[in-house]
Design a protein around this ligand. Structure first.
Ligand SMILES: [Zn+2]
Length: 460
């Protein structure tokens, strides 16, 4: 097929799927989450401004005696330049310090927009549990040192970079980045960025330009996460330790184990501050002492429940497949809007906890010597009456709306013939149908991106 015809063909499939039938309940719920990123600059007290929805992550500006202090610096220098100009309508005081809550590129990638003002501010971060500066942004740096690049391809899928607007809703806790903006300018060049000052202890009190801060070690999404507590204003900047979604205990782009036990312990520390304002790295602020307390208690309890129940099941000898059926959030937590699986998902967290402590072997000796996918597929085909019957079963499953089963049968058929065009198309269409039923944005984006890549692969 000629390239232009092929692009039209992919566009047609995407369009058909995007407009096909009515909007699902999952789609409606995920679209509602877009309200969390509507651009707004909140003001708390006399001197704290908090910008939501101006980039994929939130950024704060605090006015001191003679200068300003920023908390986080967004992902994109282009969107941060626009925010810088908005902040400059409020004050023209020079930048004294930038406090980075954690070493993910979406929280420091846009820093050049501020550094170019030339004030040479202190830049604070936390060195991770490893106790050295290399520990900042360990997640990206470890892969880089290993020569691993595939996590980038998976990351692009979960972010839905290649998706047309018609099937991309958001990234769960973040809006879709503007395609015109330069993404991850610093994030991709992690070696080029390092804070100038580090939190190396559990808690450190600092005063910058007459404003008191406490930097507190709070491992969660990353080992270098810290929260920033302003004791006088009772404001807590928590980075990505809390946001309005079930937490991403495991990221499907892939990373080292995220320390789930430390995560709920960090939430416990945050609760004990008795904050009036909880300002997260993503989604809208939580305002009011009682509300903050309730949200954090639920968050703590949900993570601790998943952790404890998973360990309990592991001690009974359960495999990850059993555990995901065993570990379900109790009703009073499962129904909380701030614990919906827009971004993280309970079952993925459960699998990650298992893997974090016991590694890949699930404990079932059958899995120590599995048949290869091709041999298994040959035996399954033989069992159902031949490859033709297996193919017919896959097509029937799709027609009957059993899209997961259809995609699994496609995998058998592709193990037998990886260039079977009809089955590649059927798998892509199944994935796109499954995506429509998912509230989880990263999983949904991954499915749709993977499907489009399958279809594009047919071109060769
Ligand atoms: Zn983030």
């Amino acid at each position: 097929m000629k390239t232009r015809n092929f692009i039209l063909f992919v566009a047609l499939i995407v369009l058909t799927i995007a407009t096909n039938a009515q909007e699902t309940e999952a789609t409606r719920i995920l679209k509602e989450q877009n309200k969390e990123f509507e651009p707004e600059i909140f003001k708390f007290g006399d001197n704290v401004w908090f910008a939501v929805g101006h980039d994929v992550s939130n950024v704060a500006m605090i006015e001191g005696e003679t200068g300003i202090i920023l908390i986080d610096a967004g992902q994109s220098p282009v969107s941060m330049e626009a925010l810088r100009l908005k902040f400059r309508e409020i004050t023209d005081k020079p930048i004294k310090a930038i406090l980075i809550t954690h070493g993910h590129g979406d929280h420091f990638g846009g820093i050049d927009a501020f550094l170019k003002e030339g004030d040479q501010p202190q830049v604070w971060g936390r060195s991770s549990a490893l106790g050295n500066n290399i520990g900042f942004n360990l997640e990206a740096n470890a892969g880089k040192e290993a020569g691993l690049t595939y996590a980038n391809a998976r990351g692009a899928r979960q972010a839905g970079i290649i998706l047309p607007d018609s099937i991309h809703i958001n990234n769960g806790i973040a809006p879709r980045p503007d395609k015109q903006r330069t993404m991850f300018t610093r994030g991709n060049e992690t070696a080029a960025f390092s804070p100038t000052h580090f939190l190396k202890d559990q808690r450190k009190q600092i005063e910058i330009d007459g404003v008191k801060f406490e930097l507190v070690a709070a491992t969660g999404e990353t080992y270098d996460n810290m929260y920033i507590w302003m004791p006088d204003q009772k404001i807590l900047f928590c980075g990505d330790t809390y946001y309005k979604s079930f937490p991403n205990l495991y990221t499907i782009r892939g990373s080292q184990y995220r320390d789930v036990k430390s995560w709920y312990e960090s939430i416990g520390k945050m609760e004990s501050e008795n904050a009036e304002y909880l300002l997260p790295g993503h989604t809208r602020p939580v305002i009011g002492k009682d509300k903050v307390k309730k949200v954090l208690t639920d968050y703590h309890d949900a993570i601790k429940f998943v952790f404890d129940k998973t360990i309990e099941g592991m001690n009974k000898g359960m495999t990850p497949d059993h555990l995901v059926e065993y570990v379900k959030l109790p009703e009073h937590l499962a129904t909380k809007p701030n614990l919906m699986g827009y971004y993280g998902r309970v079952d993925w967290g459960v699998r990650s906890i298992f893997n974090g402590y016991l590694g890949w072997f699930d404990g079932n000796p059958v899995n120590l010597n599995r048949l290869t996918p091709k041999i298994e597929a040959e035996k399954v085909a033989e069992m159902v009456g031949g490859k033709g019957q297996l193919r017919s079963n896959a097509l029937t499953a799709f027609k009957e709306g059993e899209f997961q089963w259809a995609s699994q049968l496609c995998d058998y058929l592709l193990a037998l013939n990886e260039s079977d065009k009809e089955i590649i198309k059927l798998k892509a269409k199944s994935l796109m149908e499954i995506a429509k039923t998912m509230v989880n944005a990263t999983g949904r984006n991954y499915m749709n991106s993977y499907a489009i890549q399958l279809l594009k692969g047919l071109e060769n």
